[in-house]
Structures are given as C-alpha cells and as structure tokens.
Design a protein around this ligand. Structure first.
Ligand SMILES: N[C@@H](CCC[C@H](N)C(=O)O)C(=O)O
Length: 291
C-alpha cells in the first residue's frame, strides 16, 4: 500500500502523521509498528491518524498508536502537532480546534508565536483509576500526596506517585535526571504487575518551584526526548507534593514545555500545556502487507 505521511516533532517527541479525513487507510497493528520502526520504516515514537469530526461540537478526531503498535488514550506532544498539521494542511482555519481522542475531548489553541496550548483536562489521582494496584501498600505521604513504595526486582523499594492524564503515569523524584536509572527502572516499572495497563514512568528533578528537569520512559515507546502527558503528570504530582507552584517550565532533552495547574480542594482544574510543534518533512512510502 502506497501512503503519504508528514513527519512532525514536538519538543523532540516525533510522529508520523496520517490524513484519514477523506478515506481510512485500514492499517494493521503490525503496519503501525513498521511505520514507527527507525530502521525498516519511517521512524517515530507515535503514529497520529487524523479523522473527520465524529459528532457535534467537534472539528476532528485523532487516533494515537505507540511505536509498539498499541492504541493509546492520549498524547500531549501529539496533540500540539495535530493542530499544527490541520492548520498547515488547511483542513480547518478554526482556532481553537476541538478534537476527540480516546481519552475524551480536547481544546487546542494555536498561539501567535507558533506554540500551541492544549487544555489537557483534569488529572485523576485515584489509584484504581490510573490504574494502579495499591493493595497492601502503606502510602508515604509528602505535602498531603501519596508516594507508594513499589518493589523492583534486584533494586528494592522505589517511591512513586501515580497520576492519570487519561493515560497512566508514575512519577519518581530524583536528584539528577542525567544520572537517574531511566533505562533500568523504566522498563521494570512499565510492565510492573501493580500497573495492569502498564505505565509511563517519569523521573523528575526539581530545580526550583517553577522549574523541573524531566525524563520519561514511555509505555510502548521507550525513553523519548519529551512526553507531554508525562510533563503534566509530573508537574501536578510536584504541586500536590508541595514542591512546585502553579506554573512550571519542564526542561526535557528535546525542549521546554510550560505546564499550568491550580491545586484546588476539588482537584478538578484542567491542566494547560504550552509548547512547540513542527513539521519536519513530507513523504510517500510503500507499506508492506503485514497481517
Ligand atoms: N508522547 C506522548 C504520550 C504517548 C502515549 C504514551 N506512550 C502512553 O502509552 O500512554 C505525550 O506527549 O504525551
């Protein structure tokens, strides 16, 4: 099958973007995996597929597949690239754009400086909804938010907080992200039995109350240069742990994302994420018939 694609990146988290607004391509899980493969395909952390509006009040729908081919609920950096794509391709002139993703509905705003602000919706902290199995664990609270002791083979107990941004996140505090055991603990936690849907694992170094450094080992993609939902999860966890203020710059290996969240008693404020979104190139490729 011969297809056209756009290669995009948001803070170095890279995407193959497919246009299904006129017709479905009908790709299989193996074909998504092949497109994401950096040796045999195009190469990407995620594949984003843009589809027409699924209903009233919405401009589009877009579907997210991780590099391992699995479909997921949400992708923050992908959301910013999606809105840049539909504007660049003149699929809409609306601003903000309303879109449905698997997690729910999002509103995205293209700023005059070219950056994109996404209303990511409210975070969820209830462990069962992350989902995280906290049974038998004694929480070790800090600033009123739970940190859970989770046992890792050959490592021992690590302390983490759990947050859902529509997709599952574990957040660990580290002294220095450069030396944090991202590639050792990341895979162990991603597939840990306490996370039945697997998990994205963030390692956060607090620099001051308005700045953190973050590395994320993503579910289904490995360590990426940035993770938008991971940045939101880390900042809201940091705010609830009493370490951060309501607006935080998150420095990743691929760029800076600005995250804003108000810690109200009802915990229902939405998280705002602002950052870059760039088209890298366009191409055409023959995708092999993979079952
Ligand atoms: N890179 C993304 C997150 C993509 C999905 C994630 N790997 C998951 O499996 O939940 C982002 O920018 O949020």
């Amino acid at each position: 099958m011969h297809i056209r694609f756009t290669k995009m990146q948001g803070a170095g988290n890279d995407f193959v973007v497919l246009d299904e607004t006129l017709a479905r391509l009908g790709l299989t899980t193996a074909q998504y995996r092949w497109l994401a493969d950096r040796h045999f395909g195009v190469g990407a952390d995620q594949i984003l597929t843009v589809r027409p509006s699924p209903g009233p009040g919405l401009d589009f729908e877009y579907v997210i597949h991780n590099a391992d081919g699995g479909e997921v609920e949400h992708c923050g950096n992908g959301a910013r690239c999606f809105v840049r794509f539909v504007h660049d391709k003149r699929l809409t002139a609306r601003n903000p754009v309303r879109v449905k993703v698997k997690k729910g509905e999002l509103s995205l705003h293209l700023n005059p400086d070219g950056r994109v602000t996404v209303d990511m919706g409210p975070p969820v902290f209830t462990s069962g909804q992350v989902p995280f199995d906290a049974s038998g664990l004694a929480a070790q609270p800090m600033g009123g938010f739970e940190r859970w002791p989770v046992e890792l083979p050959d490592v021992g107990e690590v302390l983490l907080s759990v947050v859902s941004m529509g997709n599952p996140h574990a957040v660990l505090l580290v002294g220095d992200v450069d030396t944090a055991p991202v590639l050792q603990w990341g895979p162990l936690l991603e597939s840990h039995p306490r996370f039945p849907a697997r998990v994205n694992v963030g390692f956060m170094q607090v620099v001051n109350r308005g700045e953190v450094r973050l590395r994320v080992f993503e579910r289904g993609a490995g360590e990426t240069l940035a993770c938008g939902t991971g940045a939101c999860a880390a900042v809201v966890a940091g705010i609830r742990l009493g370490l951060l203020d309501g607006q935080v710059d998150v420095a990743t290996h691929g760029g800076v994302l600005t995250i804003e969240w108000q810690d109200t008693p009802s915990l229902d404020a939405t998280v705002l994420m602002t950052g870059p979104a760039t088209s890298v190139f366009e191409g055409e490729i023959d995708v092999p018939a993979l079952p």
